[in-house]
Ligand binder design. Structure first.
Ligand SMILES: NC(=O)c1ccc[n+]([C@@H]2O[C@H](COP(=O)([O-])OP(=O)(O)OC[C@H]3O[C@@H](n4cnc5c(N)ncnc54)[C@H](OP(=O)(O)O)[C@@H]3O)[C@@H](O)[C@H]2O)c1
Length: 330
């Protein structure tokens, strides 16, 4: 039987999510990979317990995480019920709907029909009565925004989620959605978007600035560009790396020789700062206070321990920032 470390709240930093009452750990943990049908139960437990033992209170899921879709929720649900049930009130658990989940016209995108049915399915798989945050997973160009936001409102009113979130929205749509959600008095507090040294989309599509202006939190996914922004690939492609073991979303052709040169140059800056490249990549996201939490994945518990160290130094000199920009987006 698992007993959490008594020192679990001693080192983690907790940041306020927008202007809400909710604090999130500066580093959160996501179950997109390594929690599917073929994942080892021992390793899944090691990852979750290492995270929680070190103050990571926030675990992020989606209806479709696997493979097979849904299996990450089922596997996390088993760990919750066997080991973490007594600690439910110390945990922030999120899930989402918005991508293809079941056959036919009602298992995708942003209709009221899909979102409400999907959350009911997620709760069954997780063995929970409510999640802490429920996200609409991506913008839907066809469904009226009002309908999707009304569905989030109904979900929160029904008690099946405490807070609402939006994922993969841009600044302009975030603004429109916020106006609707405010009118409906929905506790919408957080945006989940991809952001890392290589991917500056949220700086360009207005999301980063708009979230700050509207006092909404941001949690960044793939902060290590799925592992590229680490020491993982400096000397070739390891057999146990995501490119080799999974490859659904991180394909080998993403690691071009140009990219590898950039990764090596970034690694030199990290070394001078006394950080691993992964630590520096996470610190870079947290540097200016716009981002509430970085949402990392991991295949090994040791990676979580490395990633948590990022919060020890999130200050950058102007020269370092310019050099990082020159190498990564120059
Ligand atoms: N909202 C959305 O649309 C969306 C989309 C994608 C992800 N997400 C969320 O974001 C979470 C994180 O995404 P991600 O897994 O792509 O994040 P990531 O942190 O960029 O990549 C995680 C991978 O990087 C490697 N890694 C992690 N720490 C390392 C370290 N210290 N040193 C060396 N390698 C390290 C591991 O890969 P190896 O297997 O190579 O060890 C790990 O599985 C997901 O689990 C999910 O919750 C959300």
């Amino acid at each position: 039987m698992y007993t959490p470390s008594s020192t679990r709240y001693e080192t983690m930093k907790y940041n306020r999510c927008g202007k809400s009452g909710l604090l999130l750990p500066a580093v959160s943990f996501g179950l997109w990979h390594n929690f599917g049908d073929n994942a080892s139960e021992d390793n899944m437990k090691d990852l979750i317990f290492t995270a929680f033992d070190n103050g990571i209170t926030h675990f992020d899921l989606a209806n479709n995480y696997g493979p097979a879709p849904g299996s990450a929720e089922t596997n996390f649900g088993k760990i919750l019920s066997s080991d973490l049930g007594d600690y439910r009130d110390e945990l922030i658990i999120s899930t989402k709907a918005g991508y293809d989940m079941w056959p036919g016209p009602y298992g995708n995108w942003g209709s009221r029909k899909y979102l409400i049915a999907s959350l009911d399915q997620s709760l069954k798989r997780l063995g929970l009565e409510y999640v802490d945050i429920f996200y609409h997973h991506r913008m839907d160009p066809e469904t009226p925004l009002e309908e999707t936001m009304e569905a989030l409102a109904q979900i929160v009113r029904s008690g099946k989620a405490l807070y609402a979130g939006l994922s993969n929205y841009d600044g302009a749509t975030l603004e429109k959605a916020t106006a609707i959600l405010d009118e409906l008095h929905v506790p919408f507090i957080i945006n989940q978007n991809r952001y890392n040294i290589f991917d500056r989309t949220i700086e360009k599509n207005g999301l980063k600035e708009k979230a700050k202006e509207l006092n909404k939190g941001i949690i960044c996914f793939s902060p290590l560009e799925q592992g590229l922004l680490s020491e993982r690939y400096l000397n070739g492609i390891p057999e146990d790396s995501r490119i080799r073991t999974d490859g659904r979303f991180l394909k080998e052709d993403r690691l071009t020789s140009d990219k590898l040169d950039r990764i090596k140059a970034l690694n030199e800056i990290a070394k001078k700062r006394g950080q691993t490249l992964a630590e520096m990549a996470l610190a870079w996201i947290l540097k200016d206070g716009y981002v509430t939490s970085v949402l990392v994945g991991a295949s090994k518990a040791s990676q979580i321990l490395d990633n948590i160290k990022a919060i020890e130094n999130t200050a950058f000199t102007l020269e370092e920032l310019k050099e990082i920009d020159r190498i990564s987006v120059g």
